[in-house]
Write a protein that binds this ligand. Structure first.
Ligand SMILES: Cc1ncc(COP(=O)(O)O)c(C=O)c1O
Length: 291
């Protein structure tokens, strides 16, 4: 996070909402969201924090040391914290939420409906249209309990050991690009994205799955502009991807650690990576060495 750039944007624009990730799902960098909250509030803006990548990795508090540092809205998808798919939460200022119309229409959001008018309930009901996702919510509650039982200090320590080992191993490979600072990993959650200058990331990721049942995420991770910027890909190059299939569209390979991963698995991962790299280098036909 470039805090000076954010300050500049706040100074130069009329900003209502500042939206940031608490931790990036591309590089794992943790944002000092309370610092951002203070900056946003000083300019009359509110702050929305995307917590999808932090909730399973770090304890998170919406409260800062002072009221100006408090987070106004915290949103997250629960599947990244070992909960069933389809759950998630928006935690925010009720008065602010009540200023808006519902996002979806359905059962449970109205007070009265007549032929020509209707009135809505207040938040949170107005945002909970239709039959609720009970299994998702119960699963999310249980996931939060389990994470708290395991303990966020233990999770952080465990992840640090895993990413240190992984990055040390990756650094030994020829032609590797590791995104973000690969020497100081102190402000990162358990996510590492990388590439090889001479191997197509789509083929490498698939090969690791085929030969070793290793699941990596490959692509632009629902964060295209950030990924293209880190990869140094221009706007014009991006337009060229419209003609490409998945394998021709550049991207990164990402390893994401969970609480169940072990150091032995990191060793195994590095072994399979080396095998997959050797096979890909032999098989390479249609790739663009620029990526
Ligand atoms: C930081 C971040 N925000 C948002 C999302 C997207 O969540 P969803 O798939 O529920 O839209 C993800 C990935 O799941 C993420 O890592």
């Amino acid at each position: 996070m470039d805090y000076d750039d954010l300050e500049k944007m706040l100074n130069e624009n009329k900003v209502d909402y500042v939206t940031v990730t608490a931790a990036s799902n591309v590089t794992g960098y943790v944002t000092d969201v309370h610092r951002v909250a203070k900056m946003a509030h000083a300019h009359g803006a509110k702050i929305v924090v995307d917590g999808a990548q932090i909730v399973a990795h770090r304890a998170f508090s919406m409260m800062g040391d002072t009221p100006e540092e408090n987070i106004d809205f915290f949103v997250f998808s629960a599947h990244k914290m070992y909960s069933p798919y389809g759950g998630g939460a928006v935690v925010g200022l009720v008065d602010e939420l009540n200023k808006h119309m519902p996002e979806f229409y359905g059962g449970g959001i109205v007070r009265i409906v007549s032929d020509s008018w209707q009135t809505y309930k207040d938040a949170p009901s107005v945002y909970e249209a239709g039959s609720p996702n009970y299994p998702g919510v119960v699963g999310m509650g249980k996931a939060i309990e389990v994470l708290e039982e395991v303990g966020f200090d233990a999770i952080e320590e465990h992840e640090k050991a895993l990413i240190n080992k992984l990055v040390e191993g990756l650094k030994k490979q020829d032609n590797v690009i590791i995104y973000g600072d690969s020497d100081d990993l102190s402000d990162r959650v358990g996510v590492v994205s990388f590439n090889f200058t001479d191997v197509n990331s789509f083929h490498l990721s698939r090969k690791m799955s085929e030969i070793g049942a290793v699941a990596t995420r490959r692509g632009a991770f629902c964060a295209h502009p950030y990924v293209w910027r880190l990869m140094g890909i221009s706007e014009d190059q991006q337009r060229g991807f419209l003609e490409c299939d998945d394998s021709g569209t550049p991207g990164m390979i990402r390893v994401s650690f969970g609480i169940y991963n072990t150091e032995e698995e990191v060793d195994e991962f590095l072994r399979i990576l080396e095998d997959a790299l050797a096979i890909c280098r032999e098989e390479i036909t249609a790739f663009n060495p620029e990526y």
